[in-house]
Design a protein around this ligand. Structure first.
Ligand code: AMP
Ligand code: ZN
Length: 476
């Protein structure tokens, strides 16, 4: 049954089998959000790819150990918390909580660990001390510590940088940009591991062997990944903008100390775009989940849209795309409802099918194969729809088997079917009308029952009778 799972690796630029190398679980680290405002749906595209990846591993029978960090100390969190006159902790707690709420609405599995930079200052200091000891880092006069890029011979291997270009850049390091920036760096390529306290940091500084300050951004992931998952990860993930410099710097930091590869595999997802440009806060072209919910879209449709493109291709965000995602979800729900009826089950039984242990894929084998082949979600979705057209009338037992396979695929995709807010949030007045119609029908008062049905339709709600009971559907 299990097809071999393979994925494109950014470092080797080729497809590689995904398997556990050491121990009993697949250990992977995802760079998490910087919590200084709501995450936008571009961020969520990346986190959702990682979520489907994890779910697919679970369906393939592979145990996972998933770590995703919270970046809660950097220029933006410090600046913004001060502008609002609140402590860094209160500020970042608020946005971390909002992030968790959005993740839950998008049906994302919480990582097994979610460490934050502020909670791991000692681990970061220890790693910086090791880097100084082995000659890969140096202290500047103001108490900052920098990584000496020229000391690491493989620098640039992930981003495939030209070593000659790097050398030329570092010898011209007395340029204006360098002077304007952190002038105590020996080379323009060197990056900060520890930043000495500045007046604008306010109270946000921690003691260290080099004086008060705070960690640079890149060191937190090297330190926390190593702390939770060991020297070499099975996989490290993020959006493509993290390849350089963030992941390149993580490699330089960790590998200089451990002399081992930081990760066996590098997974990077392409950007969500708006009119051909990356969705980002700086361009002001972003949408949050909240924005889209206010416009009447369900989190399920947002999830569907964000996972529906191949993760290595940019995905363009449009309102039409969201509408199409909603129709696709309705099609899936219709298919599942009909299978449930044929299997003599109720809609409420669907949840029991959505799980990772699958015995046979049957007609859905090609959909599963697509997921295993470089996480090809659009192809998997295409196969689900084309295979279901073959089903037609079937026996109770066969419907049950089909539902099991479909439940495995929907678990991998994490689509929250039958849970869209339109369906969950049924107004009280509508619930009462529907209950009255049901009662009239039980009493065989079909005239009254029809009147209640028409009244519900007038309010935009359709009653669908099941073998026992009924469901309500909001008409678009
Ligand atoms: P940040 O909070 O900026 O550190 O970003 C969190 C994650 O979102 C990182 O993995 C980024 O690479 C990713 N990301 C940022 N913008 C986009 C975008 N427009 N599309 C997809 N991923 C993105
Ligand atoms: Zn990171």
């Amino acid at each position: 049954m299990p097809t071999k799972l393979q994925l494109f690796d950014t470092l080797s630029r080729s497809l590689h089998p995904i398997k556990v190398k050491d121990g009993d679980s697949f250990r992977f680290y995802c760079c998490g959000p910087t919590v200084y405002g709501p995450a936008h749906i571009g961020n969520f595209r990346t986190f959702l790819v990682q979520d489907v990846f994890r779910r697919t591993l679970e369906v393939a029978g592979i145990k996972t150990h998933h770590v995703r960090n919270i970046t809660d100390v950097d220029d933006k969190t410090i600046r913004q918390s001060q502008a609002e006159g609140v402590t860094l902790k209160d500020f970042t707690d608020k946005w971390t909580q909002k992030f968790h709420e959005d993740c839950a609405q998008l049906n994302m599995l919480p990582p097994h660990e979610e460490p934050s930079a502020v909670q791991h200052i000692p681990q970061q200091i220890e790693l910086i001390e090791q880097l100084i000891e082995c000659g890969h880092a140096y202290t500047a006069e103001d108490g900052s510590v920098y990584y000496k890029v020229s000391s690491f011979k493989n620098y640039g291997k992930l981003a495939h940088l030209d070593p000659q270009a790097l050398k030329t850049q570092s010898t011209s390091s007395s340029g204006a940009t360098n002077l304007a920036d952190e002038y105590e760096r020996e080379s323009i390529n060197d990056f900060a591991l520890w930043k000495a306290k500045k007046p604008e940091d306010g109270p946000n500084a921690w003691p260290s062997p080099w004086g008060e300050g705070r960690p640079g951004w890149h060191i937190e992931c090297s330190a926390m990944a190593r702390h939770y998952l060991g020297d070499t990860l099975d996989l490290h993930a993020g959006g493509i903008d993290l390849i350089f410099p963030h992941h390149e710097n993580e490699i330089a930091q960790t590998e200089a100390v451990t002399q081992k590869p930081l990760a066996h595999h590098w997974l990077h997802s392409a950007h969500l775009q708006v009119e051909g440009q990356k969705m980002s806060k700086s361009l002001g072209n972003l949408y949050t989940l909240e924005d889209l919910k206010t416009q009447g879209h369900s989190p399920a449709a947002v999830r569907y849209l964000l996972i529906s493109g191949h993760y290595r291709q940019p995905l363009n965000f449009t309102a039409d795309g969201l509408k199409a995602a909603n129709s696709a979800l309705q099609k899936l729900e219709k298919l599942i409802k009909s299978l449930l009826e044929q299997a003599n089950k109720y809609p409420s039984d669907w949840a029991s099918y959505v799980k990772p242990d699958i015995k046979a894929w049957g007609i859905f084998q090609s959909a599963w194969d697509s997921l295993c082949n470089d996480l090809n979600i659009p192809s998997a979705l295409g196969h689900i729809f084309s295979s279901s057209r073959e089903i037609g009338q079937t026996t109770e037992e066969k419907s049950h088997t089909l539902l099991q396979a479909l439940g495995g695929l929907i678990y991998a995709l994490g689509l929250p079917l039958f849970e869209t807010p339109e369906k969950v949030a049924i107004p009280d007045s509508i619930q009462k009308l529907a209950a009255a119609r049901w009662q009239a029908k039980q009493n065989k008062d079909f005239k009254a029952s029809d009147e209640f049905r028409d009244e519900l339709l007038k309010h935009g709600w359709q009653v669908l009778d099941q073998k026992e009971g009924y469901t309500l559907e909001k008409k678009p």
